[in-house]
Write a protein that binds this ligand. Structure first.
Ligand SMILES: [Zn+2]
Length: 55
């Protein structure tokens, strides 16, 4: 699972496909809510606010 900003969206998708060998599901943070899960405060690759969840 990756939580990324718009800048690192492509990078995260590339890594996901490499690791899991299947295309990820993409969600825009704010449109989904999970119980027992709070969105991280920063992107997995930088310190910016994350916009996308890739699972
Ligand atoms: Zn980023």
């Amino acid at each position: 699972m990756y939580v990324v900003c718009d800048e690192h969206l492509d990078k995260a998708i590339d890594e996901f496909v490499e690791v899991y060998e299947s295309p990820p599901d993409l969600y825009r943070l704010g449109e989904v809510s999970f119980t027992q899960w709070t969105a991280p405060q920063h992107c997995d690759f930088c310190a910016r606010l994350p916009l996308f969840l890739i699972v």
